[in-house]
Design a protein around this ligand. Structure first.
Ligand code: PRX
Length: 645
């Protein structure tokens, strides 16, 4: 099924694409009315888009569906039921295949388990699991009942888990007896228990056996997954709950510019349609593709492109539970060769890391199965792009650089193989997809000049957009729709070049991108300040050759504490424990005071200039100019002495 191009095929690929997009935007409702019919609905919609109360848009109003039906049930009447839905490989080397029929059965059985534990439509289920098959099973079983999942990345700490459980008021937690990373046991159940000390909504805990290690089980609260499942008959069928298109489907927390993570809420109908079409447009997957999205399901990339979209397309997906460079730097290439992966979708951080090991690891493996390569999470630098294209893809595979966000539900700006593949430019995500009215604007909202950096905004609603922030509609309006009234503000810098290509340049706000993960500076600062030795902290991003950015913290100590390398290490450890290892500061610098404006705002811009050794620029609003000089001096001294600890 390729997007038909009912017009003159002598046009250039760019003109073709722009024409499809122009038509879609001119008639947004007509366009989506047709597209949404590719999926199964118990009842079709009365209205495609209700925009009577912006920015709270409703898609496919009156429509009734269930995404688990479209991911599973639709395949049960065809030969696809015996096709592999997932090929799972563990770090230790165990390989398991789950067919669509097996997945369907597991999901129905687990939906029964959840139902018997009291889960019903609208309830929240928190899922804190490593990359095991029970993870997609849990998502699908939850939404089959019309409940909402809130997946928390299993590398997150207990306090991050507790915050997310409390905000979502979840009544069930699904977790595991542990995990493995680089051969090391990860005590996931212990972290979950720790989190449960600070939450009071969880009634039952379901524990998946991943390691077989003995873990603490609380009588009457904790149950093993396999024991609950063994009591349910193999042929159990739980009818998918008929859901209104505008009902919420799931919450996924992500970092923003203020202290608290935001609960991004996606819709049943709009998200489903968007997930389906974006995968089709960008990658144009075929029946015999072996799709490997190497993200973790704890992030939006995994939600949309490991679970929902590939299953709706009936694809075979790889799930890998382990470190990509363990036990050797060629693990990724080995997996591709072993399973004859045809599409690899991964992050620039991983590409740069693997590039750093040298070409020989790639060349040792037969990667001839690969047809298409994808990238996500951060801007891909041209050097990494070229390496990916030549060494990995042997100049045969287009690079599909997908720009999008947790909030957008699916790809937004990306080459669209399934429509009209435009000539690629290393480092540009090319053009917005159909239905996406994107623009680069200046501070005042006027279109930025060609080649000039501005802010990326989206001027019209699209089906995959978040509905709101969980329990916080005011913050939703404030964060995304207040800066440029009527338009969605992405928070990203962007340039449009002379050919109309979009070049995404990273965050324009105080959100860091560390190895593709979003970390809010304020969230990190509040974690640092909660250490008893710290009275104030400011975090800025330092460029990093592999991870793109790493957090660097400037810290003012509470009186009575002395700066030392030990204390810096202790604060780093403390942050890793409270937020998770990805948030661990790369360096900590002790300073006597932080540069602030007269109104008391920390001038992070100046700290960044100090780190980059750049001119400080305008400092007229600075309350105490001496503080920057002192910081510069402290920074230089630290660099010389302890190397920034
Ligand atoms: O800054 C952009 C960057 O990642 C941000 C969204 O992060 P998150 O919600 O965690 O979702 C990541 C996976 C979709 C964006 O605001 N970003 C993501 N993909 C790209 C990108 N920047 C440049 N190019 C990309 N392909």
């Amino acid at each position: 099924m390729s997007e038909s191009l009912p017009f003159d095929e002598y046009k250039t690929p760019i003109a073709n694409l722009l024409e499809v997009r122009r038509r879609s935007i001119d008639d947004l409702e007509g366009f989506w009315d047709e597209k949404a019919r590719a999926l199964h609905w118990f009842k079709t919609w009365d209205k495609v888009l209700d925009d009577s109360n912006p920015p709270f848009y409703k898609w496919f109003v009156g429509g009734v569906t269930n995404i688990s039906y479209n991911a599973l049930d639709v395949h049960m009447d065809s030969w696809r039921k015996n096709k592999a839905a997932y090929i799972w490989e563990s770090e230790e080397g165990t390989i398991k295949t789950l067919t669509y029929l097996e997945l369907y059965r597991e999901v129905n059985k687990f939906a029964k388990v959840l139902k018997d534990l009291g889960v019903k439509k609208g309830d929240r289920v928190t899922i804190y699991l490593p990359m095991v098959p029970e993870l997609p099973i849990s998502l699908l079983a939850t939404v089959r009942l019309g409940a909402m999942h809130s997946v928390v990345f299993s590398g997150f700490s207990s306090s991050a888990l507790a915050d997310r459980i409390n905000d979502a008021e979840s009544k069930i937690l699904i977790t595991s007896d542990g995990g493995y990373r680089r051969g090391k046991y990860i005590p996931i159940k212990e972290w979950a228990d720790e989190a449960l000390k600070n939450t009071d909504t969880i009634e039952k805990v379901i524990v998946v056996r991943r390691t077989g290690k003995e873990v603490n089980m609380v009588e009457g609260r904790d149950y093993y997954y396999d024991e609950l499942m063994s009591k349910v008959s193999e042929s159990t069928y739980i009818p998918p709950e008929p859901m209104k298109a505008e009902d919420p489907l799931f919450i996924l927390y992500t970092s923003g510019t203020t202290g608290k993570p935001k609960g991004v809420q996606h819709s049943v109908g709009g998200y489903m349609v968007w997930a389906y079409w974006t995968l089709k447009w960008a990658f144009d997957p075929k029946e015999d593709d072996i799709w490997w999205c190497s993200a973790d399901i704890g992030w939006i990339t995994g939600h949309t492109y490991i679970v929902y979209a590939p299953l709706m397309h009936g694809l075979t997906g790889i799930m890998y539970d382990g470190a990509p460079n363990y036990p050797a730097p060629d693990r990724v290439w080995e997996i591709i060769e072993r399973h004859r992966v045809t599409i690899l979708y991964t992050s620039p951080t991983l590409i740069r890391m693997l590039m750093g090991y040298g070409d020989e690891y790639v060349l040792e493996h037969d990667l001839s199965s690969l047809r298409v390569l994808g990238s996500v999470g951060e801007p891909i630098n041209p050097e990494a792009w070229k390496w990916y294209y030549t060494v990995v893809g042997k100049e045969r595979c287009p690079i599909i650089d997908t720009w999008w966000q947790t909030e957008t539900g699916g790809f937004m700006i990306t080459p669209a193989r399934g429509i009209s593949l435009v000539p690629l430019k290393p480092g540009s995500a090319t053009f917005p997809l159909p239905g996406i009215d994107a623009e680069v604007v200046d501070e005042d909202g006027n279109p930025a000049k060609v080649g000039e950096r501005g802010y990326l905004i989206i001027k019209k609603p699209w089906p995959g957009m978040l509905q709101t922030l969980w329990k916080d509609p005011d913050r939703y309006k404030e964060v995304y729709f207040s800066r440029y009234p009527g338009a969605y503000y992405t928070g990203d810098y962007c340039i449009k070049d002379e050919d109309g290509y979009f070049w995404l340049l990273g965050r324009a706000d105080e959100v860091l991108k560390v190895a593709g993960h979003r970390i809010g500076t304020m969230e990190l600062e509040s974690a640092i300040v909660s250490h008893p030795a710290v009275s104030e902290a400011a975090v800025v991003a330092k460029p990093d050759p592999i991870k793109m950015e790493v957090p660097v913290a400037f810290v003012v100590l509470t009186s009575g504490y002395e700066p030392s390398e030990e204390l810096a290490n202790e604060i780093k450890k403390y942050v890793a424990k409270s937020m998770g290892p990805i948030a661990r500061p790369d360096s900590i610098f002790f300073v006597a005071s932080l540069p602030k404006t007269r109104s008391g705002k920390i001038m992070r811009r100046l700290l960044k200039a100090v780190i980059l050794g750049k001119p400080l620029g305008d400092i007229t609003t600075l309350e105490d100019a001496a503080s920057v000089e002192a910081i510069k001096k402290a920074y230089e001294e630290f660099k010389k002495a302890v190397g920034g600890a």
